[in-house]
Design a protein around this ligand. Structure first.
Ligand SMILES: N[C@@H](CCC(=O)N[C@@H](CS)C(=O)NCC(=O)O)C(=O)O
Length: 213
């Protein structure tokens, strides 16, 4: 059985949930409560040495790092998430990395908490995220203006870039980023929200019962 170890609000987990849905891979989910610190408990560390989520158990393997997981699914079950031409793949990866390697890491929970401690509460986790998401989205919006964007980030087919965009827009909205400043990103996100596998992966659909928001 395929098993996804995840947290319902984790953007990296959200990417993998969308991919599993798009590939039609049946799976079970194991919740790792980040607010309770379960990511650093032995059960999670045994699977994910970095003490993070997600981890995907599939094909007898234990896979970590969401983009590596997406690439694995693509290589074993695709093509679906990457274009068939090298230039297209490079563009999609650049868009995906602009989110997953530039915006998301600095907005991670451990970073936000550390900044709050270092600044003695002067910099709130929300202000921190707001700043870095806004900055990152300004760059992403410009990247999407190169004429190769269609209904989705790369032409009219869903790609890995869309799988990183959706969770980041969810986070942006949670911290009050003004999405009207990013019309291309907002329009793509709105279209993606209509895709069944994307809608089914939304945190509200996967939130454990009785979760405090
Ligand atoms: N680059 C990693 C990032 C994983 C990551 O940072 N996960 C976050 C949730 S989105 C996490 O586990 N945070 C726990 C913590 O910061 O303690 C990936 O894409 O899988």
């Amino acid at each position: 059985m395929v098993m996804l170890h995840e947290y319902w609000r984790s953007s990296a987990s959200y990417r993998v949930r969308i991919a599993l849905g798009l590939f039609g891979i049946e799976h079970d989910r194991v919740g790792v409560d980040l607010l309770a610190g379960d990511q650093r408990a032995t059960a999670n560390l045994t699977l994910n040495k970095q003490g993070l989520v997600p981890t995907l158990e599939i094909d007898g393997l234990v896979l970590t790092q969401s983009l590596a997981i997406l690439e694995y699914l693509e290589e074993t079950r695709g093509p679906l998430l990457l274009p068939t031409d090298a230039a297209g793949r490079a563009r999609v990866r650049a868009l995906a990395h602009a989110v997953a390697m530039e915006i998301a890491p600095v907005c991670n929970m451990s970073v936000r908490k550390h900044v709050e401690v270092l600044t003695d509460g002067a910099m709130s986790p929300i202000d921190w995220q707001h700043y870095y998401i806004t900055r990152g989205f300004a760059a992403l919006e410009a990247m999407l203006g190169d004429g190769k964007t269609g209904d989705f980030c790369h032409g009219d087919s869903i790609s890995m870039a869309d799988l990183t965009l959706v969770p980041q827009v969810y986070n942006a909205q949670r911290v009050g980023v003004d999405m009207t400043a990013f019309p291309r990103i907002a329009a793509i996100a709105a279209r993606l929200a209509e895709v069944p596998a994307v809608a089914a992966a939304h945190p509200d659909m996967t939130r454990p019962p009785k979760t405090v928001i």
